[in-house]
Design a protein around this ligand. Sequence first.
Ligand code: MLC
Ligand code: AMP
Length: 465
Amino acid sequence: MMDLLGESGGPVRIAGRELPRDELLGWASAVAAEIAGAEAVAVHATASLETVAAVVGGVLAGVPVVPLPPDSGPAERAHILGDSGANLLFAVGGTKTAEGEPPLIPIDALPHNGSGGTNPADDATALILYTSGTTGAPKGVLISRSAIAAGLDALAEAWAWTPDDVLVHGLPLFHVHGLVLGVLGALRTGSPLVHTGRPKPELYAQAAQNDGGSLFFGVPTVWSRTAADPNTAQALRSARLLVSGSAPLPVPVFESLSELTGHRPVERYGMTETLITLSARADGDRRPGYVGTPLPGVETRLRAEDGTPVPHDGETPGELHVRAPLLFKGYLNRPEATAESFARDGWFRTGDIATIGPDGWHRIVGRASTDLIKSGGYRIGAGEIENALLAHPAVSEAAVIGTPHDDLGEQVTAYVVVDGVAETQLIDFVAERLSVHKRPRVVHLVDALPRNAMGKVVKTRLDEL
Ligand code: MLC
Ligand code: AMP
C-alpha cells in the first residue's frame, strides 16, 4: 500500500501561521484516532492549518473527507452534509453549526502528537469533492488515494517539482486546485508550502521576495490581476515556474505576464473528476492559448456529437475524452450520472470542446453545455442558481448564463421575472443560500423569458431582452 503523503518535507504555512511537517502530521494523527471507522467526515474548509490537519487526518485514517466551502449558505451546506453521509464535522471550536448537522469536533482542541492512522487500501476514497453539474444540486466526486498519488506524481514529473521548491498559492482549500495540488501536492513532493490566505498578487510577491517562493499556482483571475500591477508582477522574477489553471488563461495575460515576470506561464487543464490531465512542461515549450500535452499515463481523444472520431489535425474541434489512472471513482449516490459521464467504451467525457494538434498540443475552445459557467476558476451550474432564485417567493421565472467578464473570465448573469424585488436583493438571496461566489453578478429584470414551442427557455436569445 502506498504512502500518499511522502516520507519527509518542509513546513506548512497558512495565512501567516506555520507548523513543521512532523507537528502537522502529529496533529493529523490525533484527528485520525478520533475518526477511525467513520463513514465520512466533513471539514469546514477555511484557509487554515486546522483544515489541513483535518484533511490529512482523514487521509491517515482512510476515512473520506468532505470539504465544506466555509461561506456556503444553509441550502448548499445541508445538501453536502446530507448527501455525503458525513457523521462528524471538523471546525475550529465555536464555529456555528445548524440543527441536524453532525457533531462538531473542535480541531484546535486536539493534541499535536497523536498516533492514529491505518494503512488504507490504494483504491479507498480519500476525498469527496462537491462540484456543479448543468442541472440540480452539486454532485459528490469520489477521488481515490491512488488517483491522487498518480495525479501528483505526473505533475511532479512534468513540472520538475521537488523538495527544493517552495510552493506558493492562496487558493481555496475545498477544490482540486487548492487542496489536492496545493496541499497534498506539497506534502507528497516534500516542498514547503506558503499559503497566502487569499490569492492576492501582492501576497504572492511578498512570498517570492521573503520566503523564496519558487512554484506559484493561480487561476487566470489571479494572473490577470498580477499582470495589471507591474511592480507586483516584477517581484515574481525570482520564481522558477508560474502555473495557471482551472479556466482559460487569456492570451494577452500570458503575454504581459511573460514580459513583466520573465516567465512564460505553464498552463494546465483538469477537472474535479479527472484531476490534471494536460499540461505544458517545465523543460518544454509554453504556448499561449494552449493547455499542453497529456501527462504521463493520460490518453486523450476527440469525438463528434454522434460519437464518431474527430481528426487530431489541430483545427477540427470535438469533445475531449480522457482515459487515465487518475480518474474519479464515480459520483456519490448517482450511478446514472456516473454512467452518463463515460462513453460506452469507458473513456471519460469531459464536456469540454478541444482541438488536438498532430504534435499532441491541446487547445480548449469551449464547453459542450452553456449551463456550466467558470467564474474566477469556480465551476458553477446554471441550474443550481436558477433553483436558488426560484426559491424566492417573488420570482416566477429565472434563467442563468455565463457572460464574458474581464476579471473573472465569465460572470454569473441572471434573467429573472420577479414581482417587486430589487436586483441586489436577489443577489444577496443567492449569496446567503449557496456560496457567495455563486451569486449572480448581474441581474436583468424582464417581463418574460424567450421560450420555444415546447416551452423550454432559449438561452441563446436571452441577450435580445
Ligand atoms: C461579495 N461578498 C459578499 C457578497 N458579494 N458577501 C455576501 N453577500 C454578497 N452579495 C464578499 C465575499 O464574501 C468576499 O468576502 C468578497 O466579497 C469577495 O468575494 P468573491 O466574489 O469571492 O471575490 P473575488 O475577488 O471576486 O474572487 C476572485 C477569486 C476567487 C479569484 C479570488 O474567485 C477565487 O478564489 N477563485 C479560485 C477558484 C478555484 O480555486 N477554483 C479551482 C476549482 S478546481 P471576503 O471577506 O472573503 O473577502 C478545478 C480543477 C482545475 O478547476 O483544473 O484546477
Ligand atoms: P472543476 O470541476 O471546477 O474542476 O472545473 C473543470 C473545468 O474547468 C474543465 O471542465 C474546464 O472547462 C475548465 N478548465 C480547467 N482548466 C482549464 C484550462 N487550463 N483552460 C480552459 N479550461 C479549463
